[in-house]
Design a protein around this ligand. Sequence first.
Ligand code: ZN
Length: 519
Amino acid sequence: MLSGRFTFINEKQDGITKANLDKVRYSNQLNTSMNIYNSILPFWVIFVFITTCSLVVYHSIYFSEKSTLPQQSDKGIEEEVVQTNSKDIGDSLIIPDGSHANYQLFLKMFSEKQFLVEANIKVENRSETNWMDLQFYFIPNLINAAEIKEVKVDGEVMKYYLSEDSLRITLNKALQTGKEMEVSVSYTLTPPEDDLRLFRLDGSIALAEWYPMLCTYLNGWQKDPFYPGMESFFTGYSDFTVQYELLDGYTLSSSAEEDAPLHSRTGTLEARKIKEFYISLTKDTVIKTKKVNETVVRVIGSKQNEQSIDYVLDIAAESLKFFDQKIGKYPYKQLDVVYGYNYNIEYPGIVTVSDEGDLESQKHPIIHEVAHQWFFGLVSNDTYNDGWLDEGLTELSTDLFLLVHEKESLDESFAWVNWLYNERKPFPSNEPLEKYKENGGTAAYLYAQPVLKLWEVLGKEDPSGNKALAFLSDYFHTYTYQIVNTDEFIRFMKQHYDVDDPYFAEWLDFTPDYIYWKL
Ligand SMILES: [Zn+2]
């Protein structure tokens, strides 16, 4: 997301110099690991030899396939693929998502303020551990917007535990590896007037994170504290069926590829392989559309901002077209831009953009939110602990759009991140979100610092921005529908560029590769 008003206002930062501490720790780690490294040398040599041989074969196949220019995708979109350098530095660390959920949601509006929801969630244990409990994000509870009526597991009424944005169910019998169970949660939902994501505003209703969302299971349930303003939930890719029943007069737009006809009161929405399902209900709606390749871009505005909708539509369509071509194809038939809510926020298949300020100040947030479809929507990361991966790469894509497509100067394209960067104190970009509360907020560290540190390397080799886009494209194609973390990003970047651990230690808190070898 980007702040509602896209202005160059920064939050205050204090003077913690953790990056310096990290450098001390890094050099200690280096000494320790070198001792271990010496003691396991024969094994290490054999391991590296075998790994290198297999990767040389793999990468020679992979990159020879990717080197044809341009490529025709199966949607008929001409994707540009600029071949990038690559070298073999170790296996990709695929992070297996141990939990999986498919959702069947029933949403019934029974007053202008309140809904009845029944969420049926098929939960599958894909981990190697049998589970005795299930954990969900239930953000409506945090803002007093929900009252649970009943929780059932496989038809049996169960006790549950609510705390802030967490819903936990203790099971009577374990959900074993490879098995599924069905969780049903019924509740009333009353969106408040003053929330950021789930709210009522001038007759419109925004439903974000409005149902129980199964937490990701890695070595345990990944449930971190709620962090206002940012995505602090970490969900997997799921299929959704949403049946709705509305009162008269609303227009529904959502994460679904095909929304119902205007003003339809009932219907069923479907979406496959997305991380969350967003719904917007608007009144006095004005919709304008434009086709980009196989995708219909829709801007959903109102009579109040009708005169600006064409501008928003042009920018959204141009950026979708650009990212489609330069980074990778957008896989859905529709991209919605809800225009006029207070905040600029990304959701799968749909984004919200504020209509505050002049049109020029709305341009950057539109591009940024569209770019999130690739970094957040289609490549996943733990937004609480590695939020820089989606915010940083999204902002880099945005700045590259300005540089390459809009032909702005380097200073103009990177103006916002340069300004933020100069205001920051030394602090890593991959700390848990709560650490940024005491460091002046997330913008300088999750957005600006990654962009400028990456550009230091990517832009040095090719200041036109084209190789940087090719790097993002490789990254996107490698990790579509996967989870990436900081260590894996570092491994990937080392594969493409001649960068060393001290470079990363300047701006990331991480464990260098050779630490893994001792494990
Ligand atoms: Zn963002």
